[in-house]
Structure formats: C-alpha cells, structure tokens
Design a protein around this ligand. Structure first.
Ligand code: NZQ
Ligand code: ZN
Length: 386
C-alpha cells in the first residue's frame, strides 16, 4: 500500500427528516444563496423544507443550474454572489448543482476569469472559496462529500474537471426519501456512476490494500443487490438509503487512499458528453467494458479478483473468467436501463475521431493508473465500444 494523507472535512447528516437540521448547520447571520437545478426540488418537498428550515436566515435563490452545469450559467450566479455580498452557499440538488456551487464558491473570489484561472492556469489558482453546504437529491457522483467539480463551457463544447481542498462541502444532508421522485433514467445513471467510481479506484493492479479492496467489493455488491430494487420498488426506504450511502462512499476518498487509480474511463466519458450530450453515466457504461477488454493484460490480476469476489466466477480458464466478469458487468448496466454501446445512443464509428481530437487538445494522452492509455489505446477502446 502506498503512503497517503487522508483528510475529509465534510460532515454528513443522513436520514429522513434531516433537512430540518439546516437551521443550525448554516451559520447564523450569514447571507445565504440557495442554488438549485431545473425545478425537481419543487415537486418533492425539498424546496419547501429548505425554506422552512432557513426561515430565520437571509436567503436568496438562484435556480436553473442545468445537468452538466455550464460556465455560462455559473457566471451569472457569480455576479449575483458579488452584487448581493453573499457569504454562504447552499447547493440543493444532484451532482450538477453541487459541482456548479463549487465552481461558484471558488470563482467568486478570483479576480481573473474563473474558467481561465481554474482550467487553463491550473495548479494553485484556487487559494480559497466561499463556504458552502449541500442537500443531495440524487445519489451518484459523490460530489456531496468530495472536493471535485466538473464544469462545461457551452460555447466551446468543453467539459473540464478540477479539484481543490477548498471546495469540500462543510456539510452534506442526505435524506433518502427525497430520492423517491427520481426518474428511472436518473436512478440507473446513479447506480452506474457509483459503480464505475469504485472500479476506477479498484480495478487497477494489486498493492495488497486489503481494506480498500474489500470496501470496494462491498460497495459493488451493494449496488448489484439494491440498484435493480430501486427501479422495481421505488419507495423502499432501506434500498434508497443503502444506495445513497454507497454512492457517497464510492467517491469520498476512502477507498482510493494508498492505491493506484485509473480515471481513464471518466476522462474519455467527459469528452463524449461535451461533444454528443450523453448523460455522464451513459458515457461511462459505454467506455468501461471496452476499456477492461483492451487493458486486460495490465489489469489481469485485479480482473480475476473482481471475477471471483464480485461475480463469484471461480472456475475454469482465466481468460474465460475475465470475459464472463466483463459480460456480467455489461448485463448489470443494461439491467438498470443504461445501454453499453455507442450505437445504443445513435453514435457510430464516425463519432470516434472528434473524441480523440478533444483528448489530444486537452492533453489527455497518457491516462490510466500506469499512464498507458495513449490516444492509440483510447482509439481501440472507442472503436470496440461502437
Ligand atoms: O435540475 P433538476 O430539475 O433538479 O433535475 C435533475 C436533473 O434533470 C434531476 N433530479 C435530481 N434530483 C432529483 C431529480 N429529479 C427528480 N427527483 C429528484 N430527487 O436529475 C437530473 C440530473 O441531475 P444531475 O445533477 O445532472 O445528475 P448527477 O448527480 O448524475 O450529476 C452529473 C454531473 O456530475 C458530474 C458529471 O460529470 C455531471 O456533470 N460528476 C461529478 C463528480 C464529482 N464532483 O466528483 C464525479 C462524477 O464522475 C461526475 O463526473
Ligand atoms: Zn462519474
């Protein structure tokens, strides 16, 4: 196991009724801006509960943050933050609202253009950020308890990620009953996204990190067991609660400490969303199985461990076990309604080249745990995924 420094400052308030705790979580006297998406929070009681909990606070609102939040929209929120001298943000929604809030929190304090500073100058550009909390309504990204954010620039069709210790949420409120209203497509997306977050940190090469491996396998098994139940039995509290906590733990840093990490599927997936507007999880469901097939030699030992411990494939020839594990993975994604081929989304061979050009433009040409995912490897993966 490699050395690590694990620090996660996000406080989690989990369970039915926890939105009421906002009254004490949000600092007294703060000028608060509540940020949300396209309006789902008005249909499931979340909006009303947040307003009621913060009745004693100065509360302004900014709605309309879209899925795959855009720089263009977030800059309007930054203007509002500055004009109204906002000093605390509250994200209420899914990963897009929380990611958008992170960009606003950091961007509001930057003198230069936030896109240029954060995505082009990079490194130390984020030195501080406004404090913020999150009320999560969609278990998927883990954004509620991590320091990452992904933002899209509509004008140039670019989707870029950043991470900074300054953008951990101060707290995250997770009420599983608020996920009952999720459309089936978003339930399936959430299950697949969380699954692949685990895979990006688990399916590399062994470093004898026993706890990380077994935690990761536990999260995968929970998704396999409860993901389909959330679709067939949408108001089952225990199922929703287990999925919600699983998605948070899949990307709050815990299983990734001291182990190699891949993330090539995500980087290629972001380009697919930017160019063709697929949902984030749809891109991952397309790329991951092909990535595992193309990279089976460097990942062989972990693929066999995954086959045995997650899919109970213990017998027969090694290659047959690996093939079967990848097929089971694909069948699982399909079973929660997320197709695993580009053709499932109306895309074909002709759509591969622009993705490679975008990867090159963003210098994403040595991806993966061993930097072995060159443009040639990405090409093979995408061609196999058609
Ligand atoms: O906008 P509203 O009306 O709220 O509707 C949303 C949206 O249309 C709806 N929704 C959310 N909660 C609901 C609900 N509908 C009914 N009932 C509820 N309780 O779901 C739709 C999708 O929401 P979105 O926030 O876009 O989904 P998700 O949470 O999957 O977030 C995806 C974004 O997160 C990024 C992705 O790239 C993408 O931009 N990611 C962020 C990561 C991170 N910060 O660590 C890691 C991930 O790998 C990912 O890249
Ligand atoms: Zn993801």
């Amino acid at each position: 196991m490699h050395n690590f420094d694990f620090h996660n400052p996000t406080r989690v308030l989990f369970g039915q009724g926890q939105i009421a705790t906002l009254s004490t979580l949000v600092p007294e006297g703060a000028r608060v801006l509540m940020l949300y998406g396209g309006g789902s929070i008005r249909t499931n009681g979340v909006y009303d509960e947040v307003k009621a909990a913060l009745a004693g606070h100065t509360l302004l609102e900014f709605g309309g943050i879209e899925p795959n939040p855009t720089y263009e929209t977030l800059m309007r929120a930054i203007e509002l933050v500055r004009a109204e001298r906002i000093d605390f943000l509250l994200a209420v929604g899914g990963g897009s609202v929380i990611d958008g809030t992170k960009f606003i929190a950091a961007g509001s304090l930057l003198e230069e253009d936030p896109w240029t500073a954060i995505f082009e100058q990079r490194a130390a550009s984020v030195q501080s950020a406004l404090p913020f909390g999150a009320v999560l309504t969609l278990p998927a990204t883990g954004s509620e308890m991590n320091s990452a954010s992904v933002v899209t620039r509509k004008a140039t069709q670019e989707k870029r990620a950043f991470a900074s210790r300054h953008v951990f949420p101060r707290f995250a409120v997770l009420d599983p009953t608020k996920t009952y209203t999720l459309p089936a497509r978003q339930v399936g997306n959430g299950v697949v996204d969380a699954f692949i977050h685990v895979m990006e940190q688990y399916l590399t090469h062994p470093v004898d990190a026993k706890v990380q491996d077994r935690f990761a396998e536990g999260l995968l098994l929970t998704l396999i067991e409860d993901g389909p139940k959330a679709l067939s039995d949408p108001e089952n509290y225990d199922v929703r609660a287990n999925l919600m906590w699983t998605a948070t733990l899949a990307l709050n840093g815990l299983i990734g400490v001291g182990v190699p990490q891949d993330w090539s599927t995500h980087m290629i997936g972001h380009e697919l969303t930017a160019l063709y507007n697929l949902d984030h999880a749809q891109t991952l469901a397309v790329v991951l199985p092909a990535m595992l097939r193309v990279r089976r030699e460097v990942k062989r030992a972990k693929l066999l461990q995954y086959a045995a411990r997650v899919w109970n494939l213990l017998e027969g020839d090694e290659d047959a076990r690996i093939d079967a594990a990848i097929e089971r993975t694909e069948a699982f994604f399909n079973s929660v309604g997320v197709p695993t081929r580009l053709s499932g989304y109306g895309l074909g061979k002709e759509h591969v080249e622009p993705v490679l050009a975008a990867l090159e433009a963003h210098r994403l040409v040595k991806l993966g745990e061993d930097r072995g995912v060159t443009l040639e490897v990405s090409r093979k993966v995408l061609e196999l995924a058609v």
